[in-house]
Design a binder for this molecule. Structure first.
Ligand code: CMX
Length: 438
């Protein structure tokens, strides 16, 4: 058994019996109530999920196993001479619940490298698609093509004992995370670089190898990738990509089926696709306003026109957050340090000043502040990745770390198939009229 798996088993397996005992003793304790508004408004704030890897506070933002993003940028191990955390470290933290040592992180890197070979038929499946296929569609097809490799599906088919589910799930999750950058890079090179593919370099860490396979060899891009892949990794359990992965996994769908489902959720424009929408929107603003340095008045006019046209301002608002997203702030700090004079970055900062008061004027937007997607595109364009339709794939590669660490926990805790109750509007009317009780 590999060291990470051993440590995971040591941490996670005793928690199953502990939780079952807690349910036995305190299962009738009430931890919330549900209003009619919450039922219609996407179950905001309804506590119905357990996710161990991270937790989101509306005012403060995300904490991974108790650590904020600034703390993690300081405390997580870095590559030699590097300044940003290695994403392997946040994966270790989410999976094990403890900060990793440098040795732990090297061990995870090597573990991923050992598992990273992608079978040829996956590339054949991608090659069969029209090049115009959106990269996120290609990503989910690539993940599903890899499902032939699911050790869980094979073992289940052969009839394993329930107590072993976590073991095969762990193997699938590790293999999938190890192989995902290769598939993502293949999609990028095929679509945007005439299929001039780049072989992986197993000596590099997970993020640097990804940057290398994408065709970006400069240290500056690696540095951005390490930050990017760390901060997008998880956002507790209720967001669409995490929840979908968990939901499909709860049916004992394997890690490939679960992640592909989650990635289809991430591909929605109100979720991860917002990162491409932001840059597309800023570029269309520049085009419409004639380029050059834009004045605040011009930008303000464009924001108002977007709202008047019945569209959302991409990169702004959040279902849970009520303050500026610390993932936005981390990227802003990065940009202040390395690219403070960049034109696009300066538009992002002008938007940060101008959008919130305008959204507040609408009187309906609950959170007028920027989210993670408001900044990322400007950084990528600066470092040479201009193909914005690919941006959500980067988000997805990072998000696999959190949702698959969670899937390991779901299996280790033997969480059951998810099945909340749905009701009809007729039933709700009867509750309101006190004809039936809730
Ligand atoms: N621009 C314009 N209107 C917005 C808005 C924005 N950025 N954010 C919210 N609103 C509107 C909603 O569309 C809704 O309008 P209606 O009542 O007419 O339907 C109203 O304000 C209330 O919405 P809310 O309760 O504040 O927000 P929700 O929890 O329903 O939705 C979110 C959250 C993120 C979908 C929404 O803020 C949005 O559409 N933002 C733009 C897209 C975006 O950036 N998504 C990325 C989120 C982060 C991520 O998952 O990656």
């Amino acid at each position: 058994m590999d060291r990470l798996k051993e440590k995971f088993a040591e941490k996670a397996l005793p928690m199953g019996p502990e939780i079952r005992q807690m349910i036995k003793e305190h299962g009738d304790n009430v931890i919330g109530e549900v209003t009619v508004t919450q039922v219609y408004a996407g179950a905001r704030g309804v506590k119905t999920l357990v996710t161990e890897t991270s937790s989101l506070d509306p005012e403060e933002g995300i904490r991974f196993r108790g650590y904020s993003i600034p703390e993690l940028r300081e405390k997580l191990p870095k590559a030699p001479g590097g300044v940003e955390p290695l994403p392997e470290g946040i994966f270790y933290l989410m999976l094990i619940g403890e900060l990793p040592t440098e040795e732990d992180v090297v061990n995870v890197s090597n573990n991923f490298a050992r598992r990273s070979i992608v079978p040829k038929h996956v590339f054949d499946a991608l090659d069969a698609l029209p090049e115009s296929t959106h990269p996120m569609t290609q990503l989910t097809i690539g993940i599903m093509a890899m499902q032939t490799e699911s050790l869980f599906a094979k073992a289940y088919n052969e009839g394993i004992n329930k107590s072993e589910y976590w073991d095969y799930t762990y193997e699938d999750c590790m293999n999938l995370i190890a192989r995902l950058p290769r598939v993502a890079a293949y999609i990028y090179r095929r679509k945007y670089h005439n299929g001039a593919h780049i072989e992986p370099d197993p000596k590099l860490d997970w993020a640097a190898n990804f940057a290398h396979m994408l065709g970006f060899e400069k240290y500056e891009f690696q540095r951005l990738m390490r930050l990017y892949l760390t901060i997008h990794a998880d956002h507790e359990g209720g967001n669409v990509s995490a929840h979908t992965t968990h939901l499909v996994g709860s049916s004992l769908g394997d890690a490939y089926q679960s992640l592909a489902a989650g990635m289809n959720g991430l591909a929605g424009p109100l979720h991860g696709l917002a990162n491409q929408e932001v840059i597309k929107w800023i570029l269309s603003m520049q085009k419409e306003l004639g380029g050059g340095k834009l004045s605040n008045k011009q930008i303000e006019g464009f924001i108002r026109k977007t709202l008047d046209d019945g569209k959302v301002i991409p990169g702004y608002g959040h279902a849970v957050l009520r303050k500026t997203d610390p993932r936005f702030t981390a990227q802003m700090d990065f940009a202040k340090k390395y690219l403070p004079d960049d034109e696009l970055v300066n538009i992002v900062w002008s938007l940060y000043e101008l959008v919130p008061p305008i959204l507040n004027e609408t009187g309906k937007v609950k959170n007028p502040w920027p989210n993670v997607d408001a900044h990322s595109g400007a950084l990528l364009v600066y470092y040479g990745m201009k193909e914005y339709e690919f941006y959500t794939v980067l988000f997805g590669v990072s998000r696999s770390l959190g949702v698959l660490a969670s899937l390991c926990w779901d299996r280790a805790l033997s969480l059951p198939i998810e099945r909340p109750k749905s009701v009809t509007t007729e039933w709700i009317k009867q509750v309101i009229d006190q004809k039936v009780s809730a």
